[in-house]
Write a protein that binds this ligand. Structure first.
Ligand code: 13P
Length: 287
């Protein structure tokens, strides 16, 4: 059931668990994530970066595929179709295409400009029943060519953005997209605590969910994180399972080259990763 992310996140914040955002890249990804959410009776957010949207030939294709798949698979758990790290133009593109949620990432603008653009998009998104995420303090690492330095957010700036009425707020707390380097300093719980104190009931978003140790994830949820984004980890599971299949020569046995067979182990591996994360985040049975 396609819905905005608002209600599922309000429930998560009140219930002290987090909803997973799993980024999708193609049909297999989408199907694996939707089937796992349904099987575990968990709410879920499908994240689409601008690069992934382009890869899938456009946001219109993505929205049509997700809507049709949601219906054809008989998905009854709440599913939000969410733009990840959207530009100003990307947000309008997704609104037009029929997404149910957007993220405007204005973290690279001066704060006054981030506030003005976020304010405008909050009014447009809410007018159409969509939820909206904003960002303060860049997330580190590289995702789809967007490179963030990984700064910690200023809690007062977070409050200024939260006061605009966004539905969820991504605050940089030392988190990084992609795999964490060996010398990573860990999440800044002082920053998270300060942001949570300033923003109250606002559901906070933790980007860069791949590779964060379980105890840090649990502590972040305790300190007000209600949405956790995972992308790279599903890509790694998919790649490893596909490699194993090919290295075992299975694609050369019978009709093992059939894409429905070749991509099956990877699709199963994505399901396992999503299941593991939903159990860790505490969203199982919360649909
Ligand atoms: P990872 O790729 O590190 O899991 O981060 C995903 C993310 O934050 C998407 O916005």
């Amino acid at each position: 059931m396609l819905v905005s992310a608002k209600d599922m996140l309000v429930k998560a914040k009140a219930g002290h668990y987090a909803v997973g955002q799993f980024n999708i890249n193609n049909l297999e990804w989408t199907k694996s994530v939707l089937q796992t959410a349904q099987e575990l009776n968990s709410p879920v957010i499908l994240g689409v970066s601008e690069g992934a949207g382009k890869y899938m030939t456009g946001f219109k294709t993505v929205a049509a595929m997700v809507r049709a798949m949601d219906e054809c698979l008989g998905i009854t758990v709440p599913v939000a179709l969410h733009l990840d790290h959207g530009t100003y133009d990307g947000c309008y593109g997704c609104i037009k295409a029929g997404f149910t949620s957007i993220m405007f990432d204005g973290s690279h603008y001066p704060i006054a400009e981030n506030i003005e653009k976020t304010r405008e998009l909050v009014a447009v998104a809410h007018g159409l029943g969509l939820s909206i995420e904003a960002e303060v303090g860049a997330i580190g690492g590289e995702e789809d060519g967007v490179i963030g330095m990984g700064e910690c957010a200023d809690p007062d700036e977070c409050k200024a953005i939260a006061d605009l009425g966004v539905d969820m707020l991504a605050a940089g707390i030392g988190n990084i997209h992609g795999q964490y380097p060996a010398n990573w300093a860990g999440l800044s719980f002082e920053t998270l605590d300060a942001v949570q104190k300033k923003t109250g009931i606002m559901p906070l978003v933790l980007h860069g969910g791949t590779g964060i140790p379980d105890d840090m994830i649990k502590k972040a949820i305790d300190l007000g994180v209600s949405k956790i984004n995972v992308n790279t980890e599903c890509q790694l599971s998919f790649a490893a399972a596909t490699r194993k299949y090919v290295e075992a020569g299975k694609d050369l046995e019978g009709k093992g080259f059939d894409p429905r067979k070749l991509l099956a182990p990877g699709a199963e591996a994505i399901k396992d990763t999503v299941k593991e994360k939903m159990e860790l985040f505490g969203s199982v049975g919360k649909a």
